[in-house]
Design a protein around this ligand. Structure first.
Ligand SMILES: Nc1ncnc2c1ncn2[C@@H]1O[C@H](COP(=O)(O)OP(=O)(O)OP(=O)(O)O)[C@@H](O)[C@H]1O
Length: 315
């Protein structure tokens, strides 16, 4: 049944007011689907990823729902969410390599984690070893402390641990940004393999790198200033983007493997609006070459062809 997110609003409390980081986002991810989430820094990608599993202390669930396999997740209630974490929805965090407890051997850490989920280590030990083999980690890592492993090895440990209980949904948050290009590819390929083997049913792959997303995701969703700009099957969005912002992103893609955050968006002056007090209407209109009077009203998300959604009056 997959993931169904409806009009999700999550804000950050700050001294200057509330940052409307996620301001009414609706989308679905089907079983077996990998959704790549793209957009400039600050558009709300990580906030969306985190909202699906754990709101941090400053985040407030203002409205909207998240349904996984037909069950509404209590995302605003940290304690109630606990029973879904690892088993139903799991996260490979942005800094996965530092997510491991430095004072625990890997095996011990996994045993404690399993215990907290009511699972006996020996019941999954064989499967754990099989998965370590699969990502080409020696079984000995179970006896190692994190400091004894390289960055890439720690990354793979976190990948294996976070998917060990076969969650329905995996959120991979910028898992490749700290890696070199060839390791990025290997990690992305391993994640696709996890999906193909059924370790996870569906995945939200958050990244700056739209060219990498294109290689692994079935569908790409582009966000702009806390809202959905466009969502379509990967090939479709790369070949014929309909939103002017998506077009700019793709035009600014120089070559595979180069992150667009490191380049200026060609031909688009300005920067995204502040999410403390975003202007009414289309949030891209100040930078948009096609903007006209109707853009003072926020465009609805429209399905322009099957599976292709765009929030733009001109699409
Ligand atoms: N803890 C926080 N307190 C206040 N505002 C925050 C906090 N974390 C994020 N924000 C703001 O929320 C908005 C969305 O941030 P988010 O990290 O989700 O974006 P992102 O697209 O994932 O960016 P990046 O790729 O740089 O991580 C930004 O305006 C950001 O400044």
């Amino acid at each position: 049944m997959g993931l169904r997110v409806n009009d999700l609003r999550v804000y950050y409390r700050t001294l200057r007011g509330e940052v409307k980081a996620l301001d009414g986002v609706t989308f679905e991810v089907g079983d077996g689907e990998i959704l790549g989430l793209a957009g400039e820094s600050g558009c709300g990608k990580s906030t969306l990823g985190k909202s699906l599993i754990r709101l941090d202390g400053r985040m407030r669930h203002v409205g909207g729902t998240v349904e996984l396999d037909g069950v509404e997740l209590p995302i605003g209630d940290d304690a109630a969410m606990n029973r879904y974490r690892y088993t139903e929805v799991s996260l490979i965090p942005q800094y996965a390599m530092s997510a491991l407890n430095p004072t625990r051997r890997i095996g011990k850490m996994i045993a404690e984690l399993l215990e907290s989920r009511g699972v006996r280590y020996k019941d999954v030990a064989e499967e754990l070893e099989r998965r370590l083999d699969l990502v080409e980690l020696p079984r000995d890592v179970l006896g190692n402390y994190p400091i004894e492993l390289s960055g890439g090895m720690k990354q793979r440990v976190v990948m294996v641990v976070s998917t060990l209980l076969n969650p329905s949904l995996l959120i991979a948050d910028e898992v490749t940004s700290a890696l070199d290009v060839s390791t990025q590819k290997a990690v992305a390929t391993a994640l696709v393999g996890f999906r193909d083997r059924g370790f996870v049913k569906s995945m939200v792959f958050v990244t700056h790198d739209i060219s990498l997303t294109h290689q692994i995701a079935d569908t790409i969703m582009v966000m702009y200033a806390g809202r959905l700009a466009e969502k379509a099957p990967s090939g479709r969005i790369i070949e014929s983007p309909r939103h002017p912002y998506t077009r700019a992103l793709i035009d600014s893609l120089p070559e595979v493997g180069v992150r667009y955050e490191e380049r200026k968006l060609s031909g688009i002056p300005g920067s995204p609006p502040s999410l403390l007090d975003p202007p009414p209407g289309c949030r891209f209109r100040d930078r948009c070459p096609l903007a006209s009077d109707e853009c003072v009203e926020a465009p609805p998300v429209t399905e322009v062809e099957k599976g292709h959604y765009v929030a733009c009056w001109k699409a």
